[in-house]
Write a protein that binds this ligand. Structure first.
Ligand code: MTE
Length: 355
């Protein structure tokens, strides 16, 4: 086996389910600015799909002027765009909701970050054109299976409104961290929708269909919907933008430390604008201190932050972190509970003991 640094990294993910494969990245591997592909979280609804990528073609059809089938060579020949970007599952931190909700009980690691490179979807749509009645674009994945609520088979399919599809930063991705996109993350082509929770970033795209109405597939109209009520579906809204959020990475929750001076650090991210401030509290949120932002605050990427803590007094402490973004969104004290447990972004909280 080739003895490159890429091969010496041992996979170490926290397994939630092996088939389909659902694993999260331990939070101490979310440090740095990019996550190695072997440590990237994995979220699948079905078995991995089987198809022959050497004959891969991408059809774009429906409400377009000129339906077209693109080969990979054609797609590679368009100007490419690379973006450092957080991919966060909308179920990240679901296990923290109280009362508990059904669904994969993700901790704080259903998210990772790296450099995604591909072609702006917009460039391909300029070739096909869009009819005036075009409303959404459906992306159908190669993977399929029966959902737990019915015997019917479905592909993993989702749509984007035309405006989001035409955002120059919405890309059809074929590289991750300067290497070909790994199969488990959608090779040969996956959608990357910056600023939105990762369910929108469809892997293994089989075809794209432009439609003139709202898409009602189950991964759009049943799942990935906020249901604020237990008894009925009133006031439901679709899951889209990533909520402002932060995670404390060091010290670890429940760690026991000697008295001394410690660096408290972590990450903060948002789907709206950039992170402007991260604050930390060591006294259950009574007083807050401003953290230093260690990495530069970029659109779509997490920012690393730190605070030097002089822990000279023995005792038990609750440490909390709170991020604010450039749209003025602030992490709330209490999570916004919803029946399927999406979008958890309450102030992060850990406990440590100083002895
Ligand atoms: N695309 C396909 N085709 N099938 C899937 O199951 N899962 C979605 C999204 N795209 C999914 C998909 C969800 S819910 C998430 S959180 C991300 O892919 C996970 O991406 P990753 O496995 O590359 O981390």
């Amino acid at each position: 086996m080739e003895n490159s640094p890429r091969n010496t990294v041992r996979p170490y993910l926290i397994t939630k389910k092996l088939v389909p494969e659902n694993q999260e990245t331990p939070i101490h591997f979310q440090n740095g600015d990019i996550v190695n592909e072997k440590l990237f979280f994995r979220r699948n609804h079905f078995h991995y799909p089987k198809f022959t990528s050497s004959f891969y073609l991408l059809p774009i059809e429906g409400f377009v002027y000129t339906p077209k089938v693109f080969s990979l060579q054609e797609i590679y020949s368009f100007p490419a765009k690379a973006i450092r970007l957080v991919l966060e599952c909308s179920g990240n931190k679901r296990e923290l909701f109280e009362p508990n909700v059904f669904g994969e009980q993700w901790g704080k690691g259903a998210m990772s970050q790296g450099i995604w490179k591909g072609v702006s979807l917009r460039s391909l749509l300029q070739y096909t054109g869009l009819l005036d009645t075009a409303k959404e674009i459906v992306f159908e994945g190669y993977d399929y299976g029966a959902r737990s609520d019915s015997n019917q088979f479905h592909h993993f399919s989702r749509s984007l409104p035309i405006e989001k599809a035409l955002d120059p930063d919405t890309i059809l991705d074929y590289e991750y961290n300067h290497h070909p996109l790994p199969f488990k993350h959608g090779f040969p082509l996956r959608l990357i929708v910056p600023g939105w929770y990762a369910m929108a970033s469809v892997k293994w795209i089989k075809k794209m269909i432009v439609i003139d109405q709202e898409f009602k597939g189950p991964f759009q109209a049943v799942d990935y919907v906020y249901y604020p009520n237990t008894e009925n579906d009133h006031q439901k809204t679709l899951v889209t933008s990533i909520h402002v959020n932060s995670t404390i990475q060091s010290p670890l929750n429940m760690q026991t430390l000697n008295t001394g001076v410690y660096e408290i650090n972590g990450i903060a991210w948002t789907g709206t604008g950039q992170i402007t401030t991260v604050e930390i509290s060591m006294d259950e949120g009574l007083t807050w201190h401003t953290c230093e932002l260690v990495s530069s605050s970029e659109k779509y990427a997490w920012v690393r932050w730190k605070y030097i803590w002089d822990a000279h007094k023995k005792g038990e402490y609750t440490i909390k972190s709170k991020a604010t973004d450039s749209f003025g969104n602030i992490q709330p004290l209490d999570p916004i509970w919803n029946r399927k447990g999406y979008g958890y972004n309450a102030i992060d909280s850990i406990k440590v003991k100083i002895e």
